[in-house]
Write a protein that binds this ligand. Structure first.
Ligand code: PEP
Length: 252
């Protein structure tokens, strides 16, 4: 079964409503003809309304960068999946390494957020990945397997089938240091094998695996041509419409 490529741009804490709208205008123009891949962008919460309005009928979906596990309540500063869905988001990023390392999200928090995403009717992009110290210690596969095991424990099959998993080695995020296509493929094959060992064949055949970590217009083709890499989660290079367009073009 061939999986449709999926490119997502994580704008992180960049682009307030005015700048986000300007970038969305450019994306709408440059990505008018991107039929070969699914595309999404994840602006900061405050910019979601502007971007969602601008990208209507463009075929570019919008994602939240994070969500709180609860539906509503006294959680100052937080945004729930239900709120993201009501705003018009289709996807949400869960477990990004910056949430894990800077905001204290544990594997258990990530699991709760994943369930909250499905509860709200959002499609989650689950981020996993090892640090440099873990890779140097030969633990990369085990760390990623552990993150997957906690996040997916008890998840019903229909939800697992809708999952996107982004493998993002922490040492490659925002560092300009990219995993080589062979390194990335090795981990993606490992993730697919992990899925194969636990679920019916349709799961590893269906679930899309994105690579993330300093993806640029110049290295995208090499990464995306690997058999188990179905797309990319792009940080810095998604902040410029032309480079994001070139990455989308490399996918299809
Ligand atoms: C990310 O934050 O998901 C990411 C991959 O960032 P960058 O592309 O800037 O390394």
């Amino acid at each position: 079964m061939s999986r449709r490529p999926f490119i997502a741009g994580n704008w992180k804490m960049n682009k307030g409503p005015r700048d986000a709208d300007a970038l969305a205008v450019e994306l709408k123009r440059l990505l008018a003809d991107h039929a070969a891949a699914d595309v999404a962008v994840a602006p900061p919460f405050v910019s979601l309304p502007a971007v969602i309005a601008r990208l209507q009928h463009s075929g570019v979906a919008v994602a939240g960068q994070d969500l709180h596990p609860e539906v509503s309540g006294a959680f100052t500063g937080a945004v729930s999946g239900e709120m993201l869905a009501q705003a018009g988001c289709r996807y949400v990023i869960v477990g990004h390494s910056e949430r894990r390392s800077l905001f204290g999200d544990t594997d258990a928090t990530v699991a709760a957020k994943l369930r909250a995403a499905y509860r709200a009717g959002l499609l989650p992009i689950l981020c996993v990945g090892e640090t440099l110290a873990q890779r140097d210690a030969g633990q990369a596969q085990d760390i990623v397997a552990g993150q997957l095991a906690t996040a997916l424990a008890g998840l019903p099959l229909d939800q697992v089938l809708q999952l996107t998993i982004a493998y993002e080695p922490v040492w490659a995020i925002g560092t300009g240091r990219t995993a080589s296509p062979a390194q990335a493929q090795e981990m993606h094959a490992g993730i697919r094998a992990w899925l194969s060992a636990r679920y019916p064949r349709e799961v590893p055949a269906t679930v899309r695996l994105q690579y993330g970590g300093s993806v640029t217009a110049s290295n995208a083709a090499g990464l995306l041509s690997q058999p188990d890499i179905d797309g990319a989660l792009v940080g810095g290079a998604s902040l410029t419409a032309e480079s994001f367009r070139d990455i989308v073009a490399a996918a299809g």
